[in-house]
Write a protein that binds this ligand. Sequence first.
Ligand code: GEK
Length: 245
Amino acid sequence: MSKHKTQDILYSQPLEAITDFVFDESVVHVFRDMIGRSVPGYSTLLSMIPVLARHYVKNNSRCYDLGCSLGASTLAMRHGIDAQDTEIISVDNSPAMIEQCQRYIANDKAVVPVKLVCADIRDISVICASMVVMNFTLQFIERNDRSKLLDSIYQGLNTDGVLLLSEKIHFSDEVEQEWMTDLHHEFKKANGYSELEISQKRSALENVLVPETIEKHKQRLTKAGFRKVIVWFQCFNFVSLLAIK
Ligand code: GEK
């Protein structure tokens, strides 16, 4: 694929009507560029996943990447795992994402088996897991379904297993909310996005990506049963939590 086709210009021209954002083929083509230029700290966060995988993934257990997109977190886990007899199950409900992800996984030489599943993450069972990654996916799940999903992840984790949950967050304090939103937009501008692109993308995501506060996430994870929940990474209004069973 030529380089210009992989650059995210989806919202660069004025659109007559802005429809809800979907993870279709046009997004898949530009996804790596889009997420890197839109999520502050994304590459740093990914670079820590092998470290976490080495620490948490145990022999004879499974790992899950829920909302795997093109498999960036899957590959990061795969390269960190030191344990024996493990496999990674990576799930996404976008057929276009899974198709492209399959190619990337096939081109990767690491040995841990990866099973790709095209399904809604609300419909799969997590079983015998030592590590579950949900990197910027829960925010796309309807709010009413979030507790049930986290409860089932908790049930499927082994004792001392870990959930890595990364999310865009909202602040209950209005000043903090505006402050971090401004800095996020600065980050996007510094990465070449125009005011028009930022505002059109924001409208497209409005009903689709629903952020919550850190407090809400911690409360839900604690209620699910996780014995310890910590924010291990934050960059502006993007955070990553580790929840230990
Ligand atoms: C990364 N984790 O690069 N079931 C399955 N997949 C879903 C669902 C659902 N109900 N809803 C959304 N998705 C990746 C990045 S992107 C984050 C994850 C972003 C999928 C959707 O198809 C998309 O591929 C992914 O969740 C979210 O580490 O684009 O901000």
